[in-house]
Design a binder for this molecule. Structure first.
Ligand code: OSB
Ligand code: MG
Length: 371
């Protein structure tokens, strides 16, 4: 395969409802779509950055720079028989994992399409549908939170994750448990607490939560290893796991019992699969996180989540939970069992609707070889 063209698009898509976390409120998602072309095929990937360095240190601007000046030039015009050969061209780049993951996603979609197989099959997926959950942002009031959760339960989601933040934690969980005693419930603090909050974190143990996601520092493993033995609720790490080495260290130290895998955070499918395989060997369950992706990123997430150790429901929801109109056809939709079907068509298995993509494109850059 010879890559003769790379296209970058800064997109801005309006969310159906504001998404508030301990990091702030989002009304739009601004990501970068990567398209790679070769031998008459096109592949698509999504770079899950945000405008600001909040969830991650990467931003729209840093990712655009790294994509334009380093990643795209590294693969353009070369004969690259496999995705592995392509990734080797920029293996020297340190960090900037979201940017790298977007390129690996686009390349994987391209190579899978050129072989006429689904991305799920290409990555080693074994299942034709994956368990799906929904991530619920902080709501203005508790009655509103209850109504919102009720709506998602009616939409068919069997697992609810709520965002929590200091002062908006225990009361939310108590109210939800009173209203919905037996739903599968988990919380995500996005690093909002410290070990000084241990009393409140312990109280959450009384509410049968499936997990507590990233309660402490975004780059911490050690404090979590102090916290986990004092809780009965399993800690799940998100932000602080960038590599297989981080995952191995976290498990060896007892910092968590579950790991959230997001290809953007760990630098792509290859590192995701290494973490997945290691956790499987260690009997540690993983689940697929989300970054409010459009259908392009969602298609990749679903393909990756079809690997066998993604046993817990992912933050993999229907397109319409995020956007009025997705940029892929058909949009993604969960089935009656709260499962997301894995597309069987080539690559991500859905069509990128260029007319809709054009409408949400803020800036576009084309990089080409001469030949
Ligand atoms: O912490 O999991 C998170 C979205 C953006 C950044 C971080 C997170 C999230 C979500 C949404 O929780 C998950 C989704 O539905 O895509
Ligand atoms: Mg999280």
């Amino acid at each position: 395969m010879r890559i003769n063209r790379v296209e970058l698009r800064h997109t801005k898509m309006e969310l159906v409802s504001p998404f508030e976390t301990s990091l702030g409120v989002e009304l739009f998602e601004e990501h970068i779509m990567v398209r790679v072309d070769g031998e008459g095929f096109s592949g698509w990937g999504e770079v899950v950055v945000e405008p600001t360095p909040s969830y991650s240190y990467e931003t729209l601007t840093t990712a655009w720079h790294v994509l334009k000046d380093f990643l795209a030039p590294a693969i353009l015009g070369k004969e690259l028989p496999t995705v592995k050969d392509a990734l080797a061209q920029f293996a020297w780049v340190r960090g900037h994992r979201m940017a790298r993951a977007g390129v690996e996603a686009a390349l994987s979609d391209l190579y899978a399409r050129s072989q006429g197989i689904s991305l799920s099959k290409f990555l080693g997926g074994t299942r034709d549908r994956v368990p799906a959950g929904v991530s619920v942002g902080l709501q203005p009031t508790i009655p509103q939170l209850i109504r919102t959760v009720e709506g998602y339960l009616k939409d068919g989601y069997k697992r609810i994750k709520i965002k929590i933040a200091p002062g908006r934690d225990l009361a939310l969980v108590q109210a939800l448990r009173k209203e919905f005693p037996s739903i599968d419930l988990q919380v995500d603090a996005n690093s909002a607490y410290t070990l000084n909050d241990i009393a409140m974190l312990k109280k959450l143990d009384d509410y049968n939560l499936q997990l507590n996601e990233q309660p402490l520092g975004y780059d911490d493993i050690y404090d979590h290893s102090i916290l986990q033995p004092q809780l009965t609720t399993p800690i799940c790490l998100d932000e602080s796991i960038y590599t297989l080495s981080d995952a191995a260290a976290a498990l060896a130290l007892g910092a968590c019992k579950i790991i959230n895998i997001k290809p953007g955070r760990v630098g792509g499918y290859t590192e995701s699969i290494r973490i997945h395989d290691y956790c499987m060997k260690m009997n540690v369950p993983v689940w697929h996180g989300g970054m409010d992706e459009s259908g392009i990123g969602r298609g990749g997430n679903i393909a990756l989540a079809s690997l066998p150790n993604f046993v817990m429901p992912g933050d993999i929801s229907s397109s319409k939970r995020y956007y009025k109109e997705d940029i892929v056809d058909p949009p993604f939709e969960i089935d009656a069992d709260s499962m997301m079907p894995v597309p069987t068509g080539p690559g991500i298995g859905v069509e990128v609707r260029m007319d809709r993509l054009e409408k949400v494109t803020v800036a576009k850059l084309e990089l080409k070889t001469n030949a």
